[in-house]
Design a binder for this molecule. Sequence first.
Ligand code: MD3
Ligand code: FE
Length: 226
Amino acid sequence: MRSKPIPGPTADLFAEDSSQQSAGSEQMGEQSYVLRGYALPWVERLLPELRHVLAQSPFRKMVTPGGFTMSAALSSCGELGWSTDRTGYRYTPLDPDSQQPWPVLPDSMRQLAVAAAAEAGFALFEPDTCLINRYVPGAKMSLHQDKNERDYAAPVVSVSLGLPAVFLFGGHLRTDKTQKVLLLHGDVVVWGGVDRLRFHGVLPIKEGVHPQIGPQRINLTFRMAG
Ligand code: MD3
Ligand code: FE
């Protein structure tokens, strides 16, 4: 891929802090940006919130309408949560496992998503759902489009935690050439506008252990779904 560094407020934010793995932002598509390390200052607040959410709605394996079990395990929080089974993909107000409302979207998670969206030029982002994907080594996500949300004008914000992932960023046709983007712990990606319906996926996660997150990658995806 051609990653063009774009000048912006994040560029110098951590310039004098050598503890940061990287900072700054790169443009992936016309309206998609990788904010390198943007979530790092939030991680200590996010982890307890995440544990609280997962105690109420634990990770579970789901089956696609095609009959395949996804290799990533999923959960959700917010007013809506995403799930799939043999009958289709959908957002629902209740966790289908517990028949209870999904856990509330915690404050820091929401604030991080809103701040990152604003940083990428999307004001007024009010997520009503966060999909939580857990990848153990070997788990992947095949190329797909996200088309279950009501309003494609709203961006999607994704936060990567734990083991690195090679993200595939495609075009509007499944057969379009894909760019590979390495996403590290703390990276945040914002996709919107003309890039919102691009095909995308994740290559199988390599073996490893992240010092804070353990032998897994957790991806938080914030959306306005309803
Ligand atoms: C690009 N998750 O949950 S991040 C998904 O890393 C999903 O867990 C991946 O794809 C993951 O649907 C990728 C999120 C992402 C979400 C929506 C997009 C990337 C996107 C929409 C358009 C382009
Ligand atoms: Fe997706």
